[in-house]
Design a protein around this ligand. Structure first.
Ligand code: ZN
Length: 353
């Protein structure tokens, strides 16, 4: 009997030991599982924090982007060590091209310095580095007055409506250019005299902070007639002034001198006629030039396509020896420019009356 009890007891004991072993293994398993779980929970918490931080960053970025977009602004980081005065800004209003060149920016500049801001004023843009300089090139979707501000290591670009910045916005067109030389007298080309006068006019306008002028050309280029009048229409110019000089051929050519101004006779507002009259009277008075009157310019492309009050001045005759001599003189060209500036000013003042 005792022997049997012992046997049963040992069997039970053996069973308990097996059970303990199983339990121990199980506890070990649970323990390692709980460690994994704790690590997973820790990872999840970190992940949650990362996501939360990223979301905050994204919200901050979105808010920053929105503020750029609202302002129509672009922001470019300036690399440390770059002299901001060495940054170049190049603009061509005829092609609406705007370029910024940052010297010594480094080859990988744009990888680590993304450009932020609004694309509301932009048709196209490209950013690249060449020979260590960073180039940022924009094709604008209109004519803007571009303001640049350097602040806290960033360059900010603002594209503003010129009419919001200046009292008056005008377009000046120097006639002809490039292969189109205009009237010719000996070795004198009209295109050069037209441009010389416009450059003198630019110097006068540049000294007037209330007036902004855009020029169809300031070099020996030949924009198409469509491009010239498009500039005036796109910028909604207060006046559009085209500067030319005349020439005659034939028996009496040398005897004919003086000033003519072409205008848009079909203009229902009669603003073109008013502007042309002011130009004619002012030029004749200040240059003591013979008044040859207003001329109906309805057939001239830039005249009948202009949405702005337009005048095309023919200041003098290259075919007249006196006019030719005067028109080549820079002092006389300066007087022509002054008369044109005064005409524009008088026309603009007449809008306010
Ligand atoms: Zn001409």
């Amino acid at each position: 009997m005792e022997k049997r009890v012992m046997k049963i007891f040992s069997v039970i004991l053996g069973g308990i030991m097996v059970l303990c072993a199983v339990l121990l293994v199980g506890i070990e398993d649970i323990h390692s599982k709980s460690e994994v779980l704790a690590k997973e929970m820790h990872d999840a918490k970190q992940y949650k924090e990362t996501i939360a931080n990223r979301m905050q960053d994204e919200i901050a970025n979105a808010e920053e982007l929105k503020s750029f977009a609202d302002k129509g602004q672009i922001r470019i980081a300036i690399p440390s060590g770059v002299n901001t005065e060495k940054i170049q800004f190049n603009e061509d209003v005829m092609t609406r091209f705007y370029q910024i060149v940052i010297p010594n920016a480094g080859e990988n500049y744009f990888d680590s310095n993304p450009i932020m801001g609004s694309v509301g004023n932009i048709d196209d843009f490209s950013a690249y580095t060449d020979d260590g300089a960073a180039f940022f090139e924009i094709t604008l979707n209109g004519i803007y007055d571009t303001k640049t501000t350097v602040e806290n290591g960033f360059l900010y670009l603002d594209f503003r409506n010129p009419h919001d910045v200046y009292d008056s916005v005008i377009v000046i067109d120097a006639g002809h250019g490039g292969r189109d030389v205009g009237a010719v007298e000996g070795n004198v080309y009209e295109k050069n005299i037209d441009l010389d006068i416009v450059k003198q006019l630019k110097a006068i306008i540049d000294a007037d902070p209330s007036m902004k002028a855009y020029y169809t050309r300031l070099g020996d280029t030949n924009p198409s007639l469509e491009e010239r009048v498009k500039l005036a229409n796109d910028v909604n110019a207060d006046v559009f002034l085209s500067v030319h000089n005349n020439s005659l051929s034939g028996f009496d050519a040398r005897k004919t001198s003086g000033t003519q101004v072409l205008y848009y006779a079909n203009d229902a507002t009669q603003l073109s006629e008013r502007f042309a009259t002011i130009c004619l009277d002012t030029l004749c008075a200040q240059l003591e030039s013979t008044n040859r009157g207003l001329v109906n310019g309805n057939d001239i492309y830039i005249i009948h396509n202009s949405k702005s009050p337009v005048a095309l001045v023919e200041i003098g005759f290259l075919s007249n020896p006196d006019d030719l001599k005067k028109l080549q003189d820079s002092g006389y060209q300066r007087r022509c420019a002054q008369a044109l500036y005064d005409s524009v000013k008088e026309m603009i003042n007449s809008f306010k009356e």
